[in-house]
Ligand binder design. Structure first.
Ligand SMILES: [Zn+2]
Length: 145
């Protein structure tokens, strides 16, 4: 069985390595589908959507209206160090692919106690027409943490 819920947030970023527009400071209205796979509980639920929302919300709150800064981006690091602007330092280039890998680990960590879950899939929509997807089984998650 699979269930999924959509989340959204606004976030700034840039890709310093990019040769065109993405090297500029810009933002996206990110949308994320979190898809859970597993068995049903005796009530016929995989996971209460309310619990899914409650567990994912703090992860989204941390990045909403923030600038996600690659720790190797010295220009932005210097700028942010001298400001109070909300930002999150990460150890990767802030592509949708990397953001999906970053978020799926946090989501698995938050949901690992729900032992009927066997797989989580995360799809990050950076724009209306572009998305990245990653998927981890419980066993794969336990190997990467
Ligand atoms: Zn972008």
């Amino acid at each position: 069985m699979k269930i999924a819920k959509q989340f959204h947030w606004e976030m700034g970023h840039r890709l310093p390595f990019h040769k065109e527009l993405c090297a500029n400071i810009h933002g996206h209205s990110y949308r994320m589908w979190v898809e859970l796979e597993g068995g049903l509980d005796p009530n016929g639920m995989l996971l209460d959507y309310g619990i899914l929302k409650e567990k994912v919300k703090p992860i989204i709150d941390e990045i909403d209206h923030a600038f996600m800064c690659d720790e190797n981006d010295d220009v932005m690091k210097q700028f942010l160090a001298g400001s109070d602007f909300k930002h999150v330092m990460v150890s990767f280039t802030t592509t949708a692919e990397h953001i999906s890998e970053y978020l799926i680990r946090k989501i698995w960590f938050a949901l690992q106690g729900y032992t009927n879950l066997s797989r989580i899939t995360v799809r990050i929509h950076e724009t209306e027409t572009a998305m990245a997807e990653t998927s981890l089984t419980r066993e794969e998650f336990q190997k990467v943490v």
